[in-house]
Design a protein around this ligand. Structure first.
Ligand code: ZN
Length: 305
């Protein structure tokens, strides 16, 4: 997930010229309510949830949340004393736990300036050695650590997400989207590890190859988001994020497992196949979706073997 698109996204916003920091103002909430579309009401739910977190932030103790994350989920944390990151991490861990997804081993907040993740909002450690991380931090992060970028102003993430959804960069405008997205990279990687053992790393790297099939790209842009059309790995994180966000109870911010499963079943046929192939690491199937369309003769040959 990239940070830099925020500046581009602003120019698409005609509804409010002024950028707002912090809590989402009443005027914006009223506008969303007035629009009364499925999407605007979803955004309204997220804004109300975000404002509730914002109001509680003064009384939030990142150290206490860190202890709870360790006790309940065995997740090591370094929130850099940022209460927003602590709160978002705890909410996301509870959501993913309830849906039965593997959780990250650690959640860190680090300034990623100077690394290859400098413009990313976060990333997940899936390889034991990462040269640019090692160079900056003089050590690697443990495998399956989810790292969020301290360069991002997490207290204004809701505003960012509204813009991001508006330009279809993100499939949802929910304030927890980036956290859920990164947790899903980890859950996907863990699933491949479980299925393929050490070979899982290699299978995961196949999912990081760019899509070149224009039909597949168009389908993902329509069903999920522009960012998801980058490669299968981002597609699955974006798709899962959307399914999870759509299953959240707006008051408790916990998912409804039944709604999650039902929405998953409602995916269009081709998308359903692509999601399964990516999640389960079916490389052969995935490559058919990913690559430039085979010519008919080639396709017939493929079908023979
Ligand atoms: Zn991602």
């Amino acid at each position: 997930m990239k940070i830099k698109s925020l500046n581009n996204a602003n120019k698409y916003d005609n509804s409010s010229k002024k950028s707002f920091k912090g809590m989402i103002p009443q005027k914006v909430l009223e506008d969303l309510k007035k629009q009364n579309t499925k999407e605007s009401l979803k955004l309204l739910d997220s804004c109300l949830g975000f404002n509730a977190v914002y109001r509680g932030i003064e009384n939030m103790n990142p150290d206490r949340i860190a202890r709870e994350m360790a006790d309940k989920f065995h997740i090591g944390t370094d929130f850099g004393n940022n209460p927003f990151v602590a709160a978002f991490s705890a909410l996301t861990a509870n959501i993913c736990h309830k849906l039965g997804f593997a959780l990250p081993s650690n959640v860190y907040l680090k300034d990623l300036t100077g690394t290859r993740y400098s413009n990313c909002m976060g990333f997940c450690t899936v390889y034991p050695y990462d040269e640019s991380i090692f160079r900056k931090f003089r050590e690697g992060f443990p495998l399956k650590t989810t790292v969020f970028n301290a360069r991002q102003d997490w207290s204004s993430i809701q505003e960012y997400m509204i813009q991001s959804k508006r330009v279809n960069h993100s499939p949802t405008g929910h304030f927890l989207s980036v956290f859920i997205h990164e947790f899903m990279h980890n859950a996907h990687f863990s699933n491949l590890q479980e299925r393929f053992g050490r070979k899982g790393e290699r299978v995961f790297s196949v999912t990081q190859r760019k899509f070149t099939n224009q039909d597949t790209i168009a389908m993902i842009k329509k069903e999920t988001s522009d960012y998801g059309a980058k490669n299968p790995c981002e597609m699955i994180a974006e798709e899962m994020t959307e399914l999870i966000v759509d299953s959240l109870n707006p008051k408790t911010l916990l998912p409804n497992e039944m709604i999650f499963k039902m929405n998953r079943l409602k995916e269009p046929f081709q998308m359903d196949k692509l999601i399964d192939a990516c999640w389960n690491g079916d490389v052969k199937q995935l490559e058919l979706f990913r690559k430039k369309k085979f010519k008919l003769k080639e396709l017939l040959n493929k079908l023979k073997d």
